[in-house]
Design a protein around this ligand. Structure first.
Ligand code: ADP
Ligand code: MG
Length: 224
């Protein structure tokens, strides 16, 4: 039976599968390559100018590794991503993004597909993993300041019974707002904190890469 046209909106994918996770990470590797110089310029303003280079090195290594785990489950794919980042990225962002993916792996253990609720639990675990690793608080002008509002937006969307696509889009928008909101902040963690008050007036590079990661999740995962 052909579904009525008006029902098409309900046929959007409401779950995320293993192949979607692989696409998300591969797509992000390309986004990082395209934005490498932009991220590095942001880091040149308040850090040591290597964030784009660090992220590109790490995600190139991840993209090279993914074919070997393409048939493994979601948790294995995320774990390999996290371990590869930890071992290839020298800067602060390597262990922190490593923690993000390793905690997502633990949170998704044994799952064949992910619902919006699962995705929220994974991002919450990722946020807590970054906090456990880097000891930063929200408002310290770090990647957390893009991730935390994105997580909140996902929770709000779930309460409103939003579709997966809507929720992911709203979380990307919140991450973008959070990234912009790092501009006036004074950095209290990482290299930018060495600048003290002079770190104000610039976007935090890690918040910018985190926004790109969540924006890529919206564009890749919402399209199914
Ligand atoms: P490095 O600072 O070692 O040069 P990167 O330039 O790759 O590493 O990454 C810098 C980004 O890492 C910052 O913009 C910030 O978002 C993030 N960051 C640094 N320290 C912390 C921390 N303790 N907790 C969370 N994020 C942090
Ligand atoms: Mg740096």
């Amino acid at each position: 039976m052909t579904p009525a046209i008006g029902k098409r909106v309900h046929m959007e994918p409401q779950t995320i599968h293993r192949e979607d996770i692989v696409r998300w990470i591969n797509d992000f590797a390309q986004v990082v390559a395209v934005n490498r110089d932009h991220l590095t310029e942001l880091d040149a303003a308040i850090g040591d100018g290597d964030h784009g280079v660090n992220m590109d090195r790490g995600f190139r290594a991840v993209a090279a590794k993914l074919p070997s785990v393409g048939d493994k489950d979601i948790a294995q794919i995320l774990k390999t991503t996290g371990m590869t980042l930890v071992s290839t990225v020298g800067g602060a962002s390597g262990p922190l993004y490593g923690a993000f993916f390793l905690q997502e792996a633990l949170s998704s253990a044994g799952k064949e597909e992910l619902s919006l609720t699962d995705w929220i639990a994974m991002l919450e675990a990722a946020l807590n993993g970054i906090i456990a690793r880097g000891k930063a608080a929200i408002g310290d002008k770090t990647m957390l300041d893009a991730l935390a509002p994105a997580l909140q937006a996902l929770k709000d969307a779930a309460i409103r019974n939003a579709t997966l696509a809507e929720a992911l889009t709203q979380s990307a928008d919140a991450a973008q707002d959070g990234m912009q909101a790092t501009i006036p902040l004074v950095a209290r963690k990482g290299r930018a904190s060495y600048l003290g008050e002079r770190s104000a007036g610039h976007i935090d590079p890690g918040a910018a890469s985190m926004y790109l990661l969540l924006k890529t999740a919206a564009s890749t995962l919402a399209s199914g």
